[in-house]
Design a protein. Structure first.
Lengths: 63, 200
């Protein structure tokens, strides 16, 4: 079985890990309350989506 | 027929998935709207819609098929005789009639963000109990009327040309029907496009 010959230096490890980056979520504006929200997801602030309200579901699941 | 699911079952086994989906379907028909994970909602949707289709059929065989999935749980009211107030009864006698005008698409899934503990995507799956939009009905009526008028015209032309020779008659009818078929297709496409834009 192939195994590493040398221990990997902290520097190399950290240099590799420095490329692990998170990307910001792209946000849209809620047409009802104008607060930022993710597209295709009910608004976390007012619970509206496409003219329907899901505030109850948001309350019960995120409390 | 919905596409068979790929990948692992929900819950860890085929039997467990069946149990989960049966419980979810029962809850959906009891409450009309349930919150669950997006994956479960997506698996539940085809099952629930097929159950509603069976409920719309409404005969004894359909009732037995539905009863083999839905838990015969008694909701809220306890004074019913036999299966008078069970979920199956409600599905057949209260929910199915409300879908009489609707051809498929009985349920709707809406994403509602993520759960705190495990960041799982959550979704609300609900029965679409709103009346079918009047615009769609109007479009369907218009398409039907267009088709009917075309048929009447074709029939009239056949009668007019009946006196002429058989060859001429056939040619004329073929030409006319071909032309009309084209025009009706274009009209239907336009009507559908209009309906789509209205929905958006
Ligand atoms: Zn909002």
């Amino acid at each position: 079985m192939a195994v590493p010959k040398r221990k990997m230096s902290r520097s190399n490890t950290r240099a590799r890990r420095s490329q692990w980056k998170a990307t910001a979520v792209s946000l849209a504006t809620c047409p009802q309350c104008k607060s930022p929200k993710q597209s295709h997801v009910a608004c976390p602030t007012c619970g509206n989506y496409n003219g329907r309200n899901y505030a109850e579901a948001l309350r019960s699941e995120h409390a | 027929m919905p596409t068979p699911t790929k990948g692992p079952r929900l819950g860890g086994g085929s039997a467990h998935e069946r149990q989960i989906l049966a419980n979810l379907a029962t809850s959906l028909f009891e409450h009309g709207r349930i919150t669950t994970t997006l994956t479960r909602a997506k698996r539940l949707q085809p099952l629930a819609e097929r159950l509603i289709t069976k409920a719309k059929r409404g005969d004894l065989h359909a009732r037995r098929q539905v009863s083999s999935v839905i838990r015969n749980k008694t909701p809220r009211r306890w004074n019913g005789e036999g299966d008078a107030y069970t979920i199956v009864h409600r599905l057949f006698n209260e929910i199915a009639p409300q879908f009489a005008e609707r051809n498929g698409g009985y349920t709707r899934i809406t994403k509602v963000g993520t759960r705190k503990g495990d960041n799982a995507q959550l979704a609300v799956i609900e029965l679409v109990l709103e009346p079918v939009s009047p615009k769609q009905a109007v479009v369907r009526e218009a398409e039907g009327a267009a088709k009917r008028s075309v048929k009447e015209q074709a029939a009239a032309e056949v009668e007019d040309t009946a006196a002429e020779t058989a060859e001429v008659e056939e040619a004329a009818v073929e030409e006319a029907s071909a032309e009309e078929a084209e025009t009706t297709e274009v009209e239907a496409d336009e009507a559908e496009a209009a309906a789509d834009s209205d929905e958006k």
